[in-house]
Write a new protein. Sequence first.
Length: 192
Amino acid sequence: MDTQSFDDFVSPGSAAGRASVWWLRGLDRVEQSTKADPVIRVLQKRIRSLPLGGARDLLRGRPLGHPVHPVLVQVPIGCWLSAAVADFVPGSRRVGTVLTAVGLAGVAPAAVAGWVDWADLPPEQARVGLAHAASNAVAVTCYAAALANRLGGRSAKGRLWSAAGLAAVALTGALGGHVAYRRAVGADQSGL
């Protein structure tokens, strides 16, 4: 969806319109800022030079016909969202702890696939992608702290860390969604 059609969809005078304009202007600033470009170029070059062989195609999702990263992120997101629900169900502390741990275990494959995809992005999308990765790092840190607190018998602190992690997941999902859908990265635009 391009900016014009988005503006037609959300009335600029509405609260949603004002929030979307603020969000999109912020993303435009991230996309246009060249401050991180030297780091991005080095990271992209190093990731592209990894000797992954045929695993690179698997990580990019070529056998599926679409990127695999969005599929793999369903494990941590689903587990962490389910843990948040379980936190409100009496007697389900252990369920929240297990779901938090399983979500953390699912991060590595999703992250590796994401980095492999990111290494081939053009500068504007790579800049937002780097912000997406940074937000993911915050989410993982929060959930690691949540798990440590839950396992240490400090369930209230664990739930607070989980809430912070879920907020970071929401931000990172919005950033990833911007790159994937608004900028159509990874979309087959051939009309097939």
